[in-house]
Write a protein of this length. Structure first.
Lengths: 326, 301, 449
């Protein structure tokens, strides 16, 4: 296998230095030209000019392929005939795909709720102790880890040995300490979805916590003091004062988590590959691709996209409100 | 003694006793708080530590007993797994390729995203909202859907199987999220600063370069970390566009290290630890910027 | 102030234009894609092999590179099949040599697109020697047929060359534990009492294999069906012409369930489903022994040895196998389950041809045999390992060397098939609903959409 050639290093350095410089030149030169144009034309042309690189990239790598994908979803896999809604029909009637839909729903609800809830709880609790920083680092640690590494970590935690033999998995070892039978977490249908979703929650909570914590710190202490003087106890303060104030942040974080839940792939793929009814939409799509069912895979992708549109509408509305306040 | 003095002495005594009880009671009340926090920390930290410990064990040991047994003698620590991974042909260069892929890809997409976000945030044009919805909607499109058209595109521009192709692909896939975040952040900057600069005769390029960008640096800094780690940890994009090229990054090589029938945990622990090392180091040393940036971008309004 | 700004601006402009030129120049030069073209000095090979198999292949390649001066660029890629399919669709570069597709639809498709090149061309005048020296079942379509998609014979031409073989469905045991006589029928096998030999259960099994979990289960059921219902029924089932809910296949499932029942298998369903196939046999070598038998293919021997380095397990003295017992229909006893590794040529270059010719030469084949853990495709190799010597006999004397069913079904059928085996092992009561579901999948999967 080749080692790294000087050629490649030079290209990389040129890219790192050159691209920003080129963009700089693009902006400066471009503006010099634009400013010479009559005002009305300026107003019209300038935004497109500035947004061009970003929009260009998005078009080539995402918009055009997406359109192609929507088209493919109405054609057969060999791309020779139109077959109308057949792929979508398959998706909504076949047991396999329906299971993946159900599981994605489970992820949507539980992953999102608990990641945000735990993030909120931890943020509020650690705010009151002196070792706050260390605790926050501990909970945040899983976030920069790749999903694949996290899956490996938890595969060891969930490891199963026959009952009566030494347990190598941490969870089953704990069970054996209290004299209970080991559980095959990833195989047993009652526990496996919960196990996978928990791994997802484990990787995401730190993210939610950090963002909520920053918001929390921004709440003025006077408000809290006033509530305390009024006789509210800590629980009431959290419920009636803090949470409402944090609500905007919670929605931002919640929306991000919802999107993540729909996109979940790595964890399920590495830990169970969707076996024993743990399939989710993204893994289902991957299998369709592997079997060269491009049309069906495309249909799944489109459904996924449509599921996200409401979330985006919410985000856009929020942004518009934000703008009005400016 | 007068009744008053007795009362005062009694009162002080009782008050003293009450205050000790008070403090003790306060600590006792705090016990559940500490307990809950410690349990959370344990659940969030111990699994990772367990795997790291496992990476320093020999395979037969790993299959015989859990990682906690190494805490007691005989410890059985060994670098065998690491040595094996590093000795495999192509592993060490692949770490270099990971770096060669990650840094330029990060720089390219952030430069472009910042420009684009500025336009979406501060310029009014028809179709702006629609465009924005579309760009942000793309954040959810699974990458698998874009594979074949993009592969064809690379062949068309003679970039198949090259590292620059992966730079472009990552940029294309990452831009939506970055434009989203940066627009939110840029949109939150005070309008007055831009307006007064405009009154002073500063054109858009000056306003962008000398006002918007410097003020956005916290968000950009944190994005740099997010994006960098995202590309470092990426498997799918590299696998697709570099899967069989000699320029594969570390993640792809690890994924391909298992036997053709699956299994081979041993490799995965040591390799996973090595792969995790960089992100963890980045996080530990740049943690403050990371957190500051992350929150600055989201805590507006 | 404005002047200063203007001057700085122009400096930046100049710098960035310069950068643009440099970028363009360098971009043209460096980072060119990996080679193609009709090379006589380099050849690219993709395989899915890792670990021991990869090492064996590298051993095979070394003398070739040394004597021919041709450089082999070997890449291990578990997803090579999907990448090749994508590559053919997108028109991108393909490797010179890679394993051929196992999905018969893919074989037909790739041959019709001209992606696969005939072995007759690759081997030239060595082709007839190749056919003569290889196990006949691997190169000859069944009597009367001109084509056989399972061995990639299309339009009378061959598109895959066979390089390694395995025999499956062998019953392995620890010679120090099971000292009885090898049963000849399945009923006799089931009647053996493990505690007589100090073991807790009759069978061990392990079906976990990452994304491919379930394939060892399919091996077990294949070996049952081919002996219970015969090769014709077996082939018709692979081709999707026999339903899963038919009596033959259902009977196969029911017999399979006996092998993995809680009474017969070590650790019950949970263990079977959570244990990786490579570790499945470990309980045989522990004391007390967890089980007597493991059904697996010839490659499992190296797994036994690597898991117990301190025991220094030797083939023939410590462990051995007996052939899969009869299911009661003697006319089907000659059906043996095997599989083979193969290579196809995607780019016809002089260097690729040379490598294809080398890989089926006696020298290369013998290296594979010597490295252990596999049979070559060549009939007349010498095996020092007593186990492999006997396995070669089994392969040679088989009436029909039948392929692994799942491998030759459309890929989504195979995936559903594997999953169904995992599900019924987990929950035997779900057999009927699983079979009904498989019928549903079968109805759609064999249509070429």
């Amino acid at each position: 296998m080749a080692g790294i050639t000087p050629d490649q290093i030079i290209t990389a350095v040129v890219a790192v230095v050159g691209v920003p410089l080129v963009l700089l030149g693009y902006i400066i030169l471009g503006e010099q030209v634009i400013e010479k144009l009559p005002d009305r034309i300026q107003e019209w042309i300038r935004p497109y000019f500035w947004a061009l690189p970003a929009v260009g990239f998005a078009t080539i790598f995402m918009i055009y392929p997406l359109i192609r994908t929507v088209i493919i979803s109405f054609r057969n896999s060999a791309d020779t005939d139109w077959i109308g809604w057949a792929n979508y029909q398959y998706f909504f009637t076949f047991p396999d795909t329906l299971t993946s839909l159900r599981n994605s729903l489970l992820w949507l609800v539980f992953y999102t709720f608990f990641a945000v809830f735990f993030g909120l709880v931890i943020a509020i609790l650690v705010d009151r102790v002196r070792y706050e920083t260390i605790a926050k680092i501990a909970v945040f640690l899983p976030v920069p880890i790749s999903a694949v590494a996290a899956s490996i970590i938890w595969k060891f935690m969930f490891d199963y040995q026959p009952s009566g033999t030494t347990q190598t998995g941490t969870l089953n070892a704990l069970l054996s300490v209290v004299h209970r039978d080991p559980v095959a977490w990833l195989v047993n249908s009652t526990t496996n979805n919960a196990a996978l979703i928990f791994v997802g929650i484990w990787t995401a909570t730190g993210f939610c916590m950090v963002i909520i914590s920053a918001s929390l710190k921004a709440i003025s202490s006077e408000v809290l003091e006033a509530a305390r003087i009024d006789g509210a106890n800590e629980f009431q303060i959290v419920r009636l004062v803090v949470t409402p104030l944090l609500w905007p942040t919670i929605t931002v974080v919640g929306t991000t988590m919802l999107i993540n839940a729909l996109k979940t792939f790595d964890i399920v793929y590495v830990m169970t590959n969707g076996a024993y009814n743990t399939d989710v939409i993204a893994t289902q799509m991957f299998s369709q691709l592997q079997h060269s069912h491009f049309g069906r895979a495309a249909a799944v992708g489109v459904v996924l996209f449509l599921a996200v549109v409401p979330l985006l509408v919410v985000n856009i509305r929020r942004f518009q409100q934000q703008e009005e306040q400016r | 003694m007068s009744a008053e003095r007795v009362t005062i002495r009694q009162a002080t005594g009782v008050a003293g006793a009450v205050s000790i009880l008070d403090r003790f009671g306060y600590r006792l009340q705090r016990l559940p708080l500490h307990l809950v926090i410690i349990i959370f920390c344990a659940v969030w930290v111990i699994p990772t530590i367990g795997m790291m410990i496992n990476s320093f064990r020999a395979l037969p040991d790993m299959q015989a007993a859990g990682w906690w047994t190494t805490l007691f003698p005989p410890h059985g620590f060994t670098f065998a797994s690491y040595q094996q991974v590093l000795a495999i042909e192509g592993v060490v260069p692949s770490i270099g390729y990971s770096i060669l892929i990650t840094i330029p890809a990060t720089v390219i997409q952030l430069a472009i995203a910042t420009m684009g976000a500025y336009a979406f945030a501060w310029m009014n044009f028809p179709g702006r909202n629609l465009f924005f919805i579309v760009i942000v909607g793309l954040m959810v499109v699974p990458i698998q859907m874009t594979l074949i058209p993009v592969l064809q595109f690379f062949k068309f521009v003679h970039l198949s199987g090259t590292i620059p192709a992966v730079w472009l692909a990552h940029s294309g896939y990452g831009l939506p999220f970055e434009v989203f975040l940066l627009r939110n952040y840029l949109g939150g900057l005070p309008r007055e600063i831009f307006e007064s600069a405009e009154v002073d005769g500063a054109g858009h390029s000056v306003r962008f370069l000398r006002i918007a960008v410097p003020m956005t640096l916290p968000a950009i800094a944190s994005l740099v970390i997010f994006v960098f780690l995202g590309i470092w940890n990426d498997l799918l994009v590299a696998l697709t566009y570099l899967g069989v090229s000699p320029y594969r990054p570390f993640t792809v090589v690890i994924a391909q290290l298992t036997t053709s029938f699956g299994g081979g945990w041993q490799f995965l622990t040591a390799a996973a630890v090595m792969q995790m090392a960089l992100p963890l180091a980045v996080f530990i040393f740049l943690q403050r910027y990371f957190v500051r940036g992350v929150t600055a971008g989201s805590v507006k309004g | 102030m404005a002047e200063v700004l203007a001057r700085r601006r122009s400096r930046v402009v100049a710098l960035s234009l310069g950068a643009l030129f440099v970028l363009a120049a360098c971009g043209g030069g460096g980072g060119s894609s990996g080679g193609g073209g009709a090379s006589s000095t380099d050849v690219t090979v993709w395989t899915a092999w890792g670990s021991a198999e990869l090492k064996a292949f590298q051993d095979v390649l070394k003398p070739f590179e040394a004597s021919s001066g041709i450089k082999v660029h070997l890449t291990t890629n578990r997803d090579y099949a999907a990448q090749i399919v994508n590559g053919i669709q997108a028109g991108t570069d393909l490797p010179d040599i890679a394993p051929g597709p196992s999905d018969p639809n893919q074989v037909k498709d790739q041959v019709s697109k001209g992606a696969l090149k005939p072995i007759e061309t690759a081997l030239g005048d060595q082709f007839s020697a190749y056919v003569q020296n290889t196990y006949p079942a691997l190169t000859t379509p069944p009597a009367g047929a001109s084509d056989d998609l399972y061995i990639a014979v299309v339009g009378g031409k061959h598109y895959e060359e066979m390089v390694k073989t395995q025999v499956k469905g062998l019953i392995w045991y620890n010679k120090k534990v099971f000292t009885g006589q090898a049963p000849t029928t399945f009923d006799q096998l089931l009647a053996i009492n493990p505690s007589q030999y100090g073991a807790s259960k009759l069978f061990c099994a392990g079906f976990e294999s990452g994304a491919a979990s379930g394939w060892p289960a399919s091996d077990q059921i294949d070996n049952i069906i081919m002996r219970q219902s015969g090769d014709q029924a077996y082939t018709s089932w692979i081709q999707g012409k026999t339903k899963f809910s038919s009596s033959a296949i259902k009977q196969g499932y029911q017999t399979f369930l006996k092998e993995v029942s809680a009474a017969n298998v070590f650790g019950g369903a949970n263990t079977v489903l959570s244990t990786n196939f490579g570790k499945a046999g470990d309980p045989m070598f522990k004391s007390p022994a967890g089980c007597l038998f493991l059904e697996q293919a010839t490659f499992i021997t190296s797994f036994f040895q690597q898991d117990f380095p301190s025991l220094n397990l030797k083939a023939g003295t410590d462990f051995d196998f007996f052939a899969h017992p009869s299911m009661g229909n003697s006319q089907y006893d000659g059906n043996v389950n095997g599989f083979y590794d193969n290579f196809s040529m995607y780019n016809d270059t002089p260097a690729a041809r040379k490598l294809m010719q080398y890989m089926v030469s006696k020298d290369a084949q013998q290296i594979w045999a010597n490295d252990g853990g596999t049979l070559g495709s060549n009939k007349s190799l010498t095996y020092t390992d007593p186990v492999f010597k006997r396995a070669a006999d089994v392969a040679g004397s088989a009436k029909n060397l039948l392929v692994t069913a799942g491998d030759y079904m459309p890929s989504d059928m195979q995936a559903a098939f594997w999953k169904s085996l995992l599900n019924v092992t987990n929950n035997p009561g779900s057999l009927d609903s699983e079979l009904a579901h498989l019928d549903q999948v079968q109805a759609v999967a064999y249509k070429s959409s």
